[in-house]
Design a protein around this ligand. Sequence first.
Ligand code: FSO
Ligand code: SF4
Length: 520
Amino acid sequence: MFCFQCEQTAGCKGCTGENGVCGKSFMVANTQDSLTQALIDLSLSLNGKEPNDNQRRLMLEGLFTTITNVNFDCEKITALTKEINSQFPNTNSEDTYSDHSLQLWAETEDIRSLKSLILFGLRGMAAYAYHAAMLGYQDDKISDFFFEGLRAVGNPEANMNGLLPIVMEVGKVNLRCMELLDKANTETYGTPIPSTVSLTVNKGPFIVITGHDLKDLKLLLEQTEGKGINIYTHGEMLPAHAYPELKKYGHLKGNFGTAWQNQKKEFSDIPAPILFTTNCLMPPKHSYSDRVFTTGAVSFPETIHIDEDKDFTPVIQKALELGGYEKDVEFAGINGGKEVTTGFGHATVLSIADKVINAIKDGQIKHIFLVAGCDGAKPERSYYTNFVKLTPSDSIALTLACGKYRFNDLDLGTVAGIPRILDMGQCNDAYSAIHVAVKLAETLNCSVNDLPISFVISWYEQKAVSILLTLLYLGIKNIRLGPSIPAFMSPNVLTYLVENFGIAPITVPEDDMKDLLKQA
Ligand code: FSO
Ligand code: SF4
């Protein structure tokens, strides 16, 4: 196997051998490669012809399936590959399984690097397009771009000059895709409102739901209503508490646990089932594997998968059977806080834009930091907690995605009447942060790079790659990226990004803070 798509790749170089660091076996890795090449071959075979709806669906499912920590199930991946194979001209059997070995890994270093940026960016974007599609929102321009992007990945003649604009195009289309998902979420569930979320789990049966899919949560809330079962969000599901149409359910009680990499510890002994709607799933330990349920693109052999009918009865029965805690249990965040806040999406932040702008103009707010992205297991990630603790009292830290669990229970007080930590939502709500930055720049009549805003990004998987490409497409400079530089960036590609965008790896919080405050 060979895989270097995520931040925890072995030795910061690539996972090879029997298993990846994430627990993906060589069998799963090879099956995923074959699925990816089938999608590339399908894109090439269409030769610019418009894909049909079924092909568009397969593209989203296929790309989403190969994201880190989503699908560990060879049978499911093979079945999907067969479906893709049935779409080729002159093929009419769904049982055709031809092995498409992924040619990408054999390319020269720089070409492999740029094609990887395109492929991984498309994988991340596919997850967002998939969530929007679940809510009935689609955009042909976005759907068709997946095919165009994969054609570039499959083009043996492609050179650096030809691939670089496509890398930027991924960022551009991903912005449109995040905007679509923002529209889908807010039109379906209402505009997020700032909300305080308890970390206490009440006595009685409960279900923990994790991942990013708000529709799955809504369906679970409907199916558990009046059954004496409480629902707790976990990981990237936390921002759901801010959406009026989800918040209205009294049994959506609070948030359990922190970010994905702590799941083996956090799930080992809870008297409740856990429903995974998307990544990040780690191979479950024996102690709790019978309590893990998956749905959508996420799957693990031998755990129960809830099909497209979304009948959550097995999860509900498990919750009732386990019965939950006998009395309320007070949990705390990483820094000891008993509650967290969320729901500061672009509508809320822009509704107080005048206040923010005036506070910037009269010097009450001197700096805004976007400290955002994924969490992960590496100890170096404590950088982000320490960085936020160091933010001056006349600054605000905007945050989003699961990296926020490193600091979202800190009480940093307020500045100019505004809380100093504002959680904008899930990783796709990077759209909110971008929207706010662009609007502030418009109002202050300057460019985003002239604003006193710094971007301090933590990455882990491919959605973060698509967001990074969006920030680059927007011309945002001097991004600090950590905890390490992606293994798939070749030295030449990295030099290009440093020279043109000023991207820099994180160093130590104190030094980075000094530098960023100087730049503003
Ligand atoms: Fe985190 Fe996982 Fe949301 Fe990712 S839970 S790491 S970037 O899937 O998507 O932030
Ligand atoms: Fe390794 Fe990450 Fe690939 Fe898993 S997804 S095999 S950890 S590079």
